[in-house]
Write a protein that binds this ligand. Structure first.
Ligand code: NAP
Length: 286
Protein backbone atom coordinates (compact mmCIF):
# COMPACT_ATOMS: atom_id res chain seq x y z
CA UNK A 1 0.00 0.00 0.00
CA UNK A 2 1.36 3.46 -0.88
CA UNK A 3 2.01 5.65 2.12
CA UNK A 4 -0.26 8.70 1.99
CA UNK A 5 2.08 10.97 4.00
CA UNK A 6 5.79 11.76 4.12
CA UNK A 7 7.92 11.40 7.26
CA UNK A 8 10.79 13.67 8.20
CA UNK A 9 13.24 13.29 11.06
CA UNK A 10 14.45 16.47 12.75
CA UNK A 11 17.80 15.47 14.26
CA UNK A 12 20.48 13.11 13.07
CA UNK A 13 21.66 11.64 16.38
CA UNK A 14 21.39 8.23 18.02
CA UNK A 15 17.61 8.12 18.46
CA UNK A 16 16.80 9.64 15.05
CA UNK A 17 19.02 7.13 13.26
CA UNK A 18 17.88 4.05 15.19
CA UNK A 19 14.19 4.96 15.09
CA UNK A 20 14.39 6.03 11.44
CA UNK A 21 15.95 2.76 10.34
CA UNK A 22 13.45 0.67 12.32
CA UNK A 23 10.49 2.66 10.94
CA UNK A 24 11.83 2.39 7.39
CA UNK A 25 12.41 -1.37 7.67
CA UNK A 26 8.92 -1.89 9.07
CA UNK A 27 7.21 -0.20 6.17
CA UNK A 28 6.84 3.53 6.88
CA UNK A 29 9.08 5.46 4.45
CA UNK A 30 11.32 8.21 5.82
CA UNK A 31 11.66 10.91 3.16
CA UNK A 32 14.11 13.32 4.83
CA UNK A 33 16.48 13.68 7.77
CA UNK A 34 17.49 17.12 9.04
CA UNK A 35 20.58 18.30 10.89
CA UNK A 36 22.54 21.53 11.27
CA UNK A 37 25.37 19.75 9.45
CA UNK A 38 24.92 18.40 5.93
CA UNK A 39 27.59 15.74 6.55
CA UNK A 40 25.78 14.44 9.68
CA UNK A 41 22.40 14.44 7.90
CA UNK A 42 23.96 12.53 4.98
CA UNK A 43 25.55 9.99 7.32
CA UNK A 44 22.25 9.52 9.17
CA UNK A 45 20.32 9.14 5.90
CA UNK A 46 22.79 6.44 4.83
CA UNK A 47 22.29 4.59 8.15
CA UNK A 48 18.48 4.85 7.90
CA UNK A 49 18.49 3.49 4.33
CA UNK A 50 15.67 3.88 1.80
CA UNK A 51 15.30 7.24 0.07
CA UNK A 52 15.79 9.61 3.04
CA UNK A 53 17.25 12.94 1.83
CA UNK A 54 19.66 14.98 3.95
CA UNK A 55 18.22 18.48 4.56
CA UNK A 56 18.41 21.41 6.99
CA UNK A 57 15.72 21.96 9.64
CA UNK A 58 14.34 24.86 7.60
CA UNK A 59 14.10 22.68 4.47
CA UNK A 60 12.21 19.86 6.20
CA UNK A 61 8.86 19.78 4.38
CA UNK A 62 7.43 16.36 5.32
CA UNK A 63 3.79 15.90 6.36
CA UNK A 64 4.78 14.32 9.65
CA UNK A 65 7.91 15.06 11.66
CA UNK A 66 9.65 13.30 14.54
CA UNK A 67 11.93 15.64 16.48
CA UNK A 68 14.82 13.74 18.09
CA UNK A 69 17.17 16.42 19.42
CA UNK A 70 18.37 17.14 22.99
CA UNK A 71 15.50 18.19 25.29
CA UNK A 72 16.76 21.78 25.52
CA UNK A 73 16.65 22.17 21.70
CA UNK A 74 13.19 20.65 20.96
CA UNK A 75 11.23 23.91 21.01
CA UNK A 76 13.91 25.81 19.06
CA UNK A 77 13.99 23.12 16.33
CA UNK A 78 10.17 22.93 16.22
CA UNK A 79 10.07 26.71 15.61
CA UNK A 80 12.19 26.22 12.45
CA UNK A 81 9.75 23.70 10.93
CA UNK A 82 7.22 24.57 8.26
CA UNK A 83 3.58 24.08 9.40
CA UNK A 84 3.01 20.30 9.20
CA UNK A 85 0.21 17.91 10.10
CA UNK A 86 1.83 15.96 12.95
CA UNK A 87 4.89 16.60 15.11
CA UNK A 88 6.13 14.10 17.71
CA UNK A 89 9.18 14.51 19.92
CA UNK A 90 11.09 11.65 21.52
CA UNK A 91 11.87 13.12 24.94
CA UNK A 92 10.83 11.17 28.03
CA UNK A 93 10.74 14.03 30.51
CA UNK A 94 8.29 16.27 28.62
CA UNK A 95 4.80 15.89 27.25
CA UNK A 96 4.21 16.52 23.55
CA UNK A 97 1.98 19.38 24.66
CA UNK A 98 4.99 21.64 25.34
CA UNK A 99 5.04 22.11 21.56
CA UNK A 100 1.38 23.21 21.48
CA UNK A 101 2.09 25.66 24.28
CA UNK A 102 5.40 27.04 23.00
CA UNK A 103 5.22 26.65 19.17
CA UNK A 104 1.67 25.90 18.04
CA UNK A 105 2.01 25.86 14.22
CA UNK A 106 1.38 22.13 13.57
CA UNK A 107 -2.09 20.58 13.36
CA UNK A 108 -1.35 17.94 15.98
CA UNK A 109 1.42 17.54 18.57
CA UNK A 110 2.48 14.54 20.64
CA UNK A 111 5.38 12.53 21.93
CA UNK A 112 6.80 9.07 21.40
CA UNK A 113 9.46 8.19 23.97
CA UNK A 114 11.23 4.89 23.43
CA UNK A 115 11.98 3.46 26.88
CA UNK A 116 15.37 2.25 25.71
CA UNK A 117 19.01 3.32 25.89
CA UNK A 118 20.77 4.46 22.70
CA UNK A 119 24.53 4.73 23.30
CA UNK A 120 25.00 4.42 19.50
CA UNK A 121 22.59 4.24 16.52
CA UNK A 122 23.47 0.56 15.98
CA UNK A 123 22.81 -0.39 19.61
CA UNK A 124 19.47 1.43 19.50
CA UNK A 125 18.53 -0.17 16.18
CA UNK A 126 19.19 -3.61 17.68
CA UNK A 127 17.29 -3.09 20.96
CA UNK A 128 14.41 -0.81 19.91
CA UNK A 129 11.99 -3.49 18.61
CA UNK A 130 9.87 -4.81 21.46
CA UNK A 131 10.68 -2.02 23.93
CA UNK A 132 8.07 0.12 25.71
CA UNK A 133 7.04 3.53 24.33
CA UNK A 134 5.50 6.37 26.32
CA UNK A 135 2.98 8.21 24.16
CA UNK A 136 0.81 11.25 24.64
CA UNK A 137 -0.60 14.17 22.73
CA UNK A 138 -3.46 15.40 20.59
CA UNK A 139 -5.59 12.70 18.87
CA UNK A 140 -3.86 12.44 15.45
CA UNK A 141 -0.36 12.68 16.94
CA UNK A 142 -1.17 10.18 19.67
CA UNK A 143 -2.67 7.78 17.10
CA UNK A 144 0.48 7.95 14.95
CA UNK A 145 2.72 7.46 18.02
CA UNK A 146 0.72 4.33 18.92
CA UNK A 147 0.95 3.14 15.29
CA UNK A 148 4.76 3.43 15.36
CA UNK A 149 5.01 1.71 18.76
CA UNK A 150 2.81 -1.09 17.45
CA UNK A 151 4.94 -1.36 14.30
CA UNK A 152 7.91 -1.93 16.65
CA UNK A 153 5.93 -4.61 18.54
CA UNK A 154 6.34 -2.33 21.55
CA UNK A 155 4.43 -1.94 24.79
CA UNK A 156 2.38 1.29 24.72
CA UNK A 157 2.44 3.34 27.95
CA UNK A 158 -0.04 6.21 28.12
CA UNK A 159 1.62 8.61 30.57
CA UNK A 160 -0.36 11.71 31.67
CA UNK A 161 1.45 15.00 30.94
CA UNK A 162 1.65 15.82 34.65
CA UNK A 163 3.53 12.56 35.38
CA UNK A 164 6.18 12.75 32.64
CA UNK A 165 9.01 13.91 34.89
CA UNK A 166 8.22 11.19 37.45
CA UNK A 167 8.03 8.56 34.67
CA UNK A 168 11.39 9.73 33.31
CA UNK A 169 12.94 9.65 36.80
CA UNK A 170 11.96 5.96 36.95
CA UNK A 171 13.55 5.39 33.53
CA UNK A 172 16.77 7.10 34.67
CA UNK A 173 16.94 4.89 37.77
CA UNK A 174 16.39 1.72 35.71
CA UNK A 175 19.05 2.61 33.16
CA UNK A 176 21.44 5.50 33.81
CA UNK A 177 21.65 4.93 37.55
CA UNK A 178 22.09 1.19 37.04
CA UNK A 179 25.12 2.07 34.92
CA UNK A 180 26.35 4.43 37.66
CA UNK A 181 25.91 1.71 40.32
CA UNK A 182 27.82 -0.79 38.17
CA UNK A 183 30.60 1.74 37.70
CA UNK A 184 30.82 2.25 41.48
CA UNK A 185 31.09 -1.53 41.98
CA UNK A 186 33.79 -1.82 39.29
CA UNK A 187 35.74 1.11 40.73
CA UNK A 188 35.56 -0.48 44.18
CA UNK A 189 36.89 -3.79 42.74
CA UNK A 190 39.75 -1.79 41.19
CA UNK A 191 40.52 -0.43 44.68
CA UNK A 192 40.74 -4.08 45.82
CA UNK A 193 43.44 -4.60 43.14
CA UNK A 194 41.43 -6.22 40.34
CA UNK A 195 41.74 -4.58 36.91
CA UNK A 196 38.57 -3.04 35.45
CA UNK A 197 38.22 -5.56 32.59
CA UNK A 198 38.43 -8.52 34.97
CA UNK A 199 36.06 -6.75 37.39
CA UNK A 200 33.47 -6.31 34.61
CA UNK A 201 33.78 -10.00 33.71
CA UNK A 202 33.64 -11.08 37.34
CA UNK A 203 30.54 -9.01 38.14
CA UNK A 204 28.66 -9.88 34.93
CA UNK A 205 27.07 -13.15 36.10
CA UNK A 206 26.19 -11.74 39.51
CA UNK A 207 24.59 -8.59 38.14
CA UNK A 208 22.72 -10.31 35.32
CA UNK A 209 21.30 -12.93 37.71
CA UNK A 210 20.25 -10.26 40.25
CA UNK A 211 18.55 -8.19 37.54
CA UNK A 212 16.83 -11.19 35.96
CA UNK A 213 15.60 -12.46 39.34
CA UNK A 214 14.27 -8.99 40.25
CA UNK A 215 12.48 -8.55 36.91
CA UNK A 216 11.03 -12.06 37.04
CA UNK A 217 10.03 -12.35 40.71
CA UNK A 218 10.00 -8.78 42.06
CA UNK A 219 12.48 -7.18 44.49
CA UNK A 220 10.93 -8.59 47.67
CA UNK A 221 11.57 -12.17 46.53
CA UNK A 222 14.83 -11.50 44.68
CA UNK A 223 16.76 -9.51 47.32
CA UNK A 224 19.65 -11.35 48.98
CA UNK A 225 22.65 -10.10 50.97
CA UNK A 226 23.49 -8.82 54.44
CA UNK A 227 20.74 -6.18 54.66
CA UNK A 228 17.85 -8.62 54.14
CA UNK A 229 19.57 -11.20 56.40
CA UNK A 230 19.83 -8.60 59.14
CA UNK A 231 23.65 -8.94 59.28
CA UNK A 232 24.23 -5.50 60.79
CA UNK A 233 27.89 -6.12 61.57
CA UNK A 234 28.68 -7.03 57.93
CA UNK A 235 26.97 -3.83 56.73
CA UNK A 236 29.01 -1.81 59.26
CA UNK A 237 32.20 -3.45 57.89
CA UNK A 238 31.20 -2.42 54.34
CA UNK A 239 30.63 1.18 55.42
CA UNK A 240 33.98 1.23 57.24
CA UNK A 241 35.81 -0.36 54.26
CA UNK A 242 34.36 2.25 51.88
CA UNK A 243 35.65 5.11 54.04
CA UNK A 244 38.40 6.10 51.60
CA UNK A 245 36.22 5.66 48.52
CA UNK A 246 34.89 8.70 46.66
CA UNK A 247 32.02 10.42 48.49
CA UNK A 248 29.66 9.65 45.57
CA UNK A 249 30.31 5.90 45.98
CA UNK A 250 29.78 6.05 49.74
CA UNK A 251 26.55 7.99 49.20
CA UNK A 252 25.36 5.50 46.58
CA UNK A 253 26.08 2.57 48.93
CA UNK A 254 24.20 4.16 51.81
CA UNK A 255 21.24 5.21 49.65
CA UNK A 256 20.88 1.80 47.97
CA UNK A 257 21.36 -0.07 51.28
CA UNK A 258 18.68 2.18 52.81
CA UNK A 259 16.22 1.20 50.11
CA UNK A 260 17.25 -2.48 50.39
CA UNK A 261 16.40 -2.17 54.10
CA UNK A 262 12.95 -0.90 53.18
CA UNK A 263 12.49 -4.01 50.99
CA UNK A 264 13.75 -6.19 53.86
CA UNK A 265 11.21 -4.57 56.22
CA UNK A 266 8.47 -5.32 53.68
CA UNK A 267 9.65 -8.94 53.64
CA UNK A 268 9.32 -9.23 57.39
CA UNK A 269 12.77 -8.43 58.86
CA UNK A 270 12.02 -7.93 62.59
CA UNK A 271 12.00 -4.28 63.76
CA UNK A 272 15.06 -4.71 66.03
CA UNK A 273 17.09 -6.11 63.08
CA UNK A 274 15.86 -3.23 60.89
CA UNK A 275 17.07 -0.75 63.53
CA UNK A 276 20.47 -2.47 63.86
CA UNK A 277 21.04 -2.45 60.06
CA UNK A 278 19.85 1.17 59.83
CA UNK A 279 22.40 2.18 62.43
CA UNK A 280 25.14 0.28 60.51
CA UNK A 281 24.23 2.11 57.29
CA UNK A 282 24.64 5.40 59.16
CA UNK A 283 27.83 4.05 60.83
CA UNK A 284 30.52 6.72 61.23
CA UNK A 285 34.24 6.09 60.76
CA UNK A 286 36.45 4.97 63.65
N1 NAP B 1 19.93 8.53 24.02
C1 NAP B 1 18.98 7.87 24.64
O1 NAP B 1 19.28 6.83 25.25
C2 NAP B 1 17.54 8.32 24.55
C3 NAP B 1 16.53 7.39 24.85
C4 NAP B 1 15.20 7.77 24.70
C5 NAP B 1 14.89 9.07 24.31
N2 NAP B 1 15.90 9.97 24.07
C6 NAP B 1 15.51 11.34 23.66
O2 NAP B 1 15.73 11.49 22.27
C7 NAP B 1 16.15 12.84 21.98
C8 NAP B 1 17.45 12.81 21.20
O3 NAP B 1 18.44 12.15 21.94
P1 NAP B 1 19.77 11.55 21.25
O4 NAP B 1 20.43 10.72 22.30
O5 NAP B 1 19.45 10.96 19.92
O6 NAP B 1 20.61 12.88 21.03
P2 NAP B 1 21.96 13.03 20.20
O7 NAP B 1 22.49 11.69 19.77
O8 NAP B 1 22.81 13.92 21.02
O9 NAP B 1 21.47 13.78 18.88
C9 NAP B 1 20.93 14.99 18.92
C10 NAP B 1 20.67 15.54 17.51
O10 NAP B 1 20.05 16.81 17.69
C11 NAP B 1 20.73 17.80 16.92
N3 NAP B 1 20.56 19.15 17.50
C12 NAP B 1 19.73 20.10 17.02
N4 NAP B 1 19.79 21.22 17.74
C13 NAP B 1 20.70 20.99 18.70
C14 NAP B 1 21.19 21.80 19.76
N5 NAP B 1 20.77 23.07 19.95
N6 NAP B 1 22.12 21.26 20.58
C15 NAP B 1 22.56 20.01 20.40
N7 NAP B 1 22.11 19.20 19.38
C16 NAP B 1 21.18 19.69 18.56
C17 NAP B 1 22.15 17.28 16.92
O11 NAP B 1 23.00 17.97 16.12
P3 NAP B 1 22.91 18.37 14.58
O12 NAP B 1 21.67 19.14 14.30
O13 NAP B 1 24.08 19.21 14.44
O14 NAP B 1 22.99 17.09 13.83
C18 NAP B 1 21.90 15.78 16.66
O15 NAP B 1 21.61 15.50 15.33
C19 NAP B 1 16.22 13.57 23.33
O16 NAP B 1 15.01 14.26 23.54
C20 NAP B 1 16.33 12.44 24.34
O17 NAP B 1 15.77 12.79 25.60
C21 NAP B 1 17.21 9.61 24.17
Amino acid sequence: MTQSFTIGLAGAGNVAQALGRCIEERGQRVSAVASRSHARAREAARFIGGDARPVTYEQLASDRVIIAVPDHAIVEVARHLKPVSIVLHTSGAFSGMILREQVGTAASYGSLHPLQTFPTPSDGYRTLPGCAFAVDGEPDARAWAIEIATLMEGLVLEIPSSARALYHAAAAMASNHLTATMDAAIETMVQVGIDATTARRALANLSRAALENTLRDGATAALTGPVVRGDAETVARHVEALWNSPATIQGLYRAAAGHALEIARRRGLPPEAVDAVRSSIGHAHG
